[in-house]
Design a protein around this ligand. Structure first.
Ligand code: IMP
Length: 408
């Protein structure tokens, strides 16, 4: 689970943990943004495909995910070109919803209509696709195998165009839809499954499944900084509905957070910095969207928000990413409370953070392979977070590469 506003580094962690699991399953979100993985000198960006594909043989896209066939095809073919037998490694839930070309048009139109209060979405049609799902009007992966698929598509397309005030119009150049239908044919080369049976079957056989979240807790549609959120439940409960797994079957919950905070798009961010410290975090941490290239907003670690996320997800183990970005910082701060508030308030935008200052570690974390050998100032930072949250930090990532990982 991502405990902040996304981009915590979930992809790397899933890749590292994959060899310990029998299957990896994505349960929500879509190709909103990318998961970046680095190993053996290569860099790979995944969007809808689980980050377990490189090291694991059983990967599932669950029912809670929304799939854009065109983006899926581009992503999948890139992996196939790299020699991965993806069709053997990946199965897709029949109940996952499809993103249509008109969902993107609706995403853009809704953002434009919001004027100054734009969410700053990724523009991939995520919100409109989930809206159709809850409005009981969406198209699902399983529908592509039905004889009336074209007719269902046409009906949805007409409805979308009417909403856009363009009834009877073309979606765009004829190629847009042609490409979409060709990508649907490509998608059909994969094995479609009733993933709820598959995953519960694995659990019944005492196999282990790693559920991979997307985005982060503060982008959750219920508990995030609404309305500046994504359109799915990014918290742990989303893994239950997005895979068909009962709450009692959830075991360990890994909560992933960065040693500082970032956010893309609009919305409140209490610890945001606007000075050269933010600039340094952005440059050293390469805090630019992996797909969109958008600049990420940067700021200090927010412990109030982190504790909130730990509570909502039931986190049992923490994983800290990117401490190395602050290697040469003189001082490092953590927001320990907001003025006049006990937790995350309804109006997060009005929060005034109160900080605790730490001496910087002024050393290269990447040079260390064990927790014991890490600089004492860094360990103080880690242990303060553990003490305040009451949850152990079991994994510390000291760099983007798979190998730059300390497991305690
Ligand atoms: P949407 O998910 O495209 O509707 O965008 C809604 C909000 O979530 C925007 O602020 C996006 O920048 C943000 N968002 C969506 N996906 C990600 C992600 O993977 N990482 C970080 N932010 C994201």
């Amino acid at each position: 689970m991502g405990l902040q506003w996304g981009d915590e580094g979930k992809g790397k962690v899933v890749d590292v943990l994959t060899p310990r699991y029998d299957a990896v399953a994505r349960f929500q979100g879509g190709p909103n943004a990318g998961h970046t993985l680095e190993f053996d000198g290569g860099k790979y960006i995944l969007r809808s495909i689980p980050s377990g594909v490189f090291q694991g043989h059983c990967n599932v896209i669950g029912n809670g995910v929304v799939i854009d066939p065109v983006l899926f095809r581009a992503e999948a073919e890139e992996l196939e070109r790299g020699g991965l037998d993806l069709k053997k490694r990946l199965q897709i839930s029949r109940k996952a919803h499809l993103i249509m070309p008109t969902h993107r048009l609706l995403d853009a139109a809704q953002e434009a209509a919001k004027g100054d209060s734009k969410v700053g979405t990724t523009g991939k049609g995520i919100g409109p696709a989930y809206t159709d799902k809850t409005a009981r009007a969406g198209l699902r992966v399983g529908d592509t195998e039905r004889a009336d698929f074209r007719a269902s598509y046409e009906k949805a397309r007409q409805r979308h165009l009417a909403m856009l005030g363009r009834p009877g119009a073309q979606v765009g150049p004829v190629e847009v839809e042609k490409e979409w239908f060709e990508a649907v044919e490509y998608l059909k080369q994969y094995t479609f499954i009733d993933s709820e049976y598959a995953i519960n079957g694995l659990l019944d056989a005492e196999k282990s499944v790693l559920a991979e979240g997307a985005q982060g807790t503060l982008l959750d549609v219920d508990f995030g900084s609404y309305p500046f959120v994504t359109s799915s439940n990014t918290v742990c409960a989303g893994a239950c509905t997005g895979l068909g797994v009962a709450p009692r079957r959830i075991g360990e919950v890994f909560g992933i957070f960065k040693a500082y905070c970032t956010r893309v798009g609009a919305g409140p961010f209490p610890t945001e910095l606007f000075d050269e410290t933010a600039q340094k975090m952005r440059e050293i941490g390469r805090e630019f969207g992996s797909v969109t290239g958008r600049e990420r907003r940067c700021g200090w670690l927010d412990l109030v928000a982190l504790k909130y996320a730990i509570m909502l997800n039931g986190v049992t183990q923490l994983i800290m990413m990117k401490g190395d970005v602050m290697n040469d910082f003189e001082t490092v701060k953590i927001c320990t409370s907001y003025e006049g508030s006990d937790g995350v308030p309804y109006d997060l935008g009005a929060s005034k953070p109160i900080y605790k200052e730490f001496e910087g570690w002024r050393a290269d974390l990447r040079a260390h392979a064990t927790y014991e050998s890490l600089p004492v100032q860094f360990k103080k930072y880690v242990e303060f977070i553990e003490h305040e949250t009451g949850v152990p930090i079991r994994i510390i990532s000291t760099g983007p590469d798979r190998a730059q990982t300390i497991i305690r």
